[in-house]
Ligand binder design. Structure first.
Ligand code: GDP
Length: 447
């Protein structure tokens, strides 16, 4: 790990290419190839020269003395012209120097983590920030990078640790001098679990920032699903016809709704059929309906509610933690369906017309309100973090029950295991090498 490493941090082909170097020989390497001044955090102009004294490029370079750098080590960044030939030459010179080797993907950030510059969750936020495309994704990554999530996780870890310490002291006490209140301990453990559950719940909403919200458009044939999808993405994509059952499989389209990446799924008309191809499509749309973060249920306003519509409404599991919005379509035609909420089992309902665009602005607003995460708290967007915290919550729930029953020994083991799960989110308390490697495996070279 003490090797000096180098990597291009920008794709070659732009106006400027950045070569990064990190490790104890960074200064020596700069002295070897760069003619400018080398001073901590000072940008200087100079030339890159090879061992024969030939100029390879004119460039600027900056040097950072350890520990005041991104990685916490001595570091240098060289800004050359964005030429493939220059980049290739400089790479060859660095490799041939014998002082440095090519960096692995994510190695600079990994070193920053190992040198205590940031924790694992912050390192992951670097990657999220780089890959963010929508504004809210950027904001969530920024909060995580600033350590707000880490602070929250740290608070929870400390509470479990304190509970463990109390329990451990009581278990070690042969004289019975320490009074341990199992019921109070059980209640505190249940409280910590509830706090973690709340974070996970918020995280489920925030996950849409990373993966995009999945919104299923469902309804019987010909209610206007494909037309709505086209209106939402402003493009002709699904086949719109007046023959029922033409959208045989599901169609997916991405859009940006109020800074949130959204995937709309136009499901095949859900209805009884004997056609096998259509049947497959319908089965898939049933699945989509289950997996979606939000469901738009379409009812054709220009005809009376059919038995089929009723069956679809009854088939919706309103208990699930996701939003359902009823859209009464074709509002430009004479309306036979009342936009009466009670008719739709207490579900929110509104009228739209994909033809005239009536209600579309309001619809987008309602979609954003339904899926937008709460931005007051740092968001739990990472599936690795969510999985670890789910496991910790499960263990704490079990421990709380065990404490209530006086099973302190096994409760202690569960709580210790929960501590390890929580610690693995930020990588505090000696994380395993496997964990570290798996986190950085997804990084790009030069980061
Ligand atoms: P799907 O089977 O649910 O996907 O329905 P389509 O989107 O294919 O639409 C079925 C028929 O309804 C087509 O003839 C559309 O032109 C028509 N339609 C869809 N939306 C509207 C609307 O807002 N107003 C009117 N007047 N017709 C619509």
């Amino acid at each position: 790990m003490n090797d000096t490493v180098f990597a291009l941090s920008t794709p070659v082909g732009g106006a400027i290419t950045i070569m990064r170097i990190s490790g104890p020989d960074s200064r020596a390497l700069l002295q070897m190839f760069f003619t400018g001044r080398i001073e901590h955090r000072r940008v200087s102009y100079g030339r890159i020269v090879d061992d024969k004294g030939e100029t390879v490029d004119h460039c600027t370079a900056v040097f950072f003395s350890a520990p005041y750098s991104y990685t916490g080590e001595d570091m240098a960044e060289i800004f050359t012209h964005g030429s493939y030939a220059v980049a290739k030459r400089l790479t060859e010179m660095l490799a041939a120097s014998g002082l440095a080797v090519q960096a692995e993907p994510g190695e600079f950030t990994k070193r920053a983590y190992l040198n205590g510059k940031m924790d694992l969750a912050q390192a992951e936020a670097v990657m999220d920030l780089i890959s963010s495309t929508a504004e809210r994704q950027r904001r969530a990554a920024q909060l995580q990078l600033e350590g707000r999530l880490s602070a929250m996780i740290g608070g929870i870890y400390d509470r479990v640790k304190a509970s463990c310490a109390l329990l451990s002291a009581a278990m070690d006490d042969d004289t019975d001098e320490i009074e341990y209140d199992e019921h109070a301990a059980s209640a505190e453990t249940a409280l910590i679990k509830a706090d973690i559950d709340r974070m996970i719940e918020g995280g489920m909403r925030a996950k849409v920032l990373r993966e995009g919200a999945r919104i299923a458009i469902i309804g019987s044939p010909n209610v206007g699903k494909s037309s709505l999808l086209n209106a939402l993405i402003c493009r002709e994509r699904s086949i719109v016809t007046n023959i029922p059952g033409t959208t045989r499989d599901t169609v997916e389209e991405s859009a940006d709704i109020d800074g949130i990446p959204v995937v709309f799924i136009d499901t095949a008309g859900i209805h009884e059929t004997s056609d096998t191809v259509e049947k497959l499509g319908i089965e898939r749309s049933e699945r989509e309906k289950e997996n979606a973060d939000m469901v738009l249920l379409l009812i054709d306003g220009s005809r009376s509610i059919s038995e089929e519509d009723c069956a679809i409404i009854k088939g919706l599991d309103t208990q699930q933690n996701r939003k359902i919005l009823v859209l009464i379509t074709k509002s430009d035609l004479p309306q036979l369906v009342e936009a009466d909420a009670e008719a739709f089992c207490g579900l929110d309902a509104m009228r739209i017309s994909s033809l005239t665009g009536e209600g579309m602005t309001e619809l987008k607003k309602r979609i954003a309100a339904a899926i937008a995460p709460d931005e007051r708290d740092p968001a739990l967007t990472n599936t690795r973090h969510i999985a670890l915290l789910e496991q910790a919550a499960k263990r704490l729930g079990a421990a709380s029950e065990m404490l209530k029953n006086g099973e302190t020994d096994i409760a202690f083991l569960e709580m210790r295991a929960a501590m390890d799960d929580i610690a693995a989110v930020t990588g505090r308390e000696d994380p395993s090498e496997d964990l570290i490697n798996s986190v950085f495996a997804g990084f790009c070279v030069g980061k």
